[in-house]
Design a protein around this ligand. Structure first.
Ligand SMILES: Cc1cc2nc3c(=O)[nH]c(=O)nc-3n(C[C@H](O)[C@H](O)[C@H](O)COP(=O)(O)O)c2cc1C
Length: 204
């Protein structure tokens, strides 16, 4: 099974992050997680899960609070200041990375090669190694700087996958909407999951 890096920055969207991490571990993959200070703040506001910034404590907390089914994968958090972590190197064998949610600040720094923390460095590594990098922004409305930065990361090889659920599957709950985005993220990473419902067409 593969290693996937999950970067969590301070945008809104922690419920998506939870489902993607659960999906990776459930599929037997190893999730390598790095979260910014703002990411920890929003994670607690949105999920009520307090992360301290200490990677060992936070790995345990996520293992207890998330529900990765009967998955055989693993979960490990890294300190965002630890630029000597494995995921900071292009020699680390990773199948891809998702930044979920991707704040406009983190987007701007990735778009401009500013590796000021481990998340941004890991994203920069994905681009230089031509590996899959998915950025999931959640911001509205967008200004010209946001749009230009999305263009720049796309030109550099990243995939911008906005957290914009559709309604054509007739979602019945917030959970359905969350799973639609989490399923698209996992599918784009190349990870099998039960979250994605593929469109079967319509006779309406
Ligand atoms: C509750 C909350 C929700 C936020 N939602 C967003 C958001 O959806 N998109 C965004 O770009 N920033 C959002 N922010 C602001 C970012 O957290 C802030 O710009 C931060 O500096 C980003 O830092 P980071 O990129 O290092 O994680 C939010 C902040 C809070 C407290």
């Amino acid at each position: 099974m593969a290693n996937y890096v999950v970067g969590i920055s301070g945008g809104s969207g922690a419920p998506y992050t939870r489902r993607v991490i659960e999906g990776l571990v459930d599929a037997g993959h190893d999730a390598r997680v790095v979260i910014t200070d703002a990411g920890r703040r929003v994670f607690e506001i949105e999920l009520g899960i307090h992360l301290t910034g200490d990677p060992e404590t936070d790995t345990r907390t996520l293992m207890e609070r998330l529900d990765p089914g009967s998955g055989a994968g693993s979960l490990e958090l890294f300190d965002q200041r630890n630029i000597a972590a494995t995921i900071a190197s292009g020699s680390y064998d990773s199948a891809g990375m998702v930044v979920l949610p991707c704040s406009m600040g983190t987007l701007a720094r990735i778009a401009n090669g500013v590796s000021s923390n481990l998340l941004e460095r890991a994203a920069d590594v994905m681009l230089k190694e031509r590996r899959k990098l998915i950025l999931v922004p959640r911001e509205t409305p967008l200004n010209l700087i946001h749009l230009r930065n999305m263009t720049a990361v796309t030109e550099a090889g990243a995939i911008v996958l906005p957290a914009m659920p559709g309604f054509y599957h007739r979602p019945e709950s917030v959970g359905d909407l969350v799973d639609m985005i989490a399923g698209r993220v996992l599918d784009t990473l190349g990870v099998e999951s039960t979250l994605l419902r593929r469109w079967q067409g319509s006779d309406d």
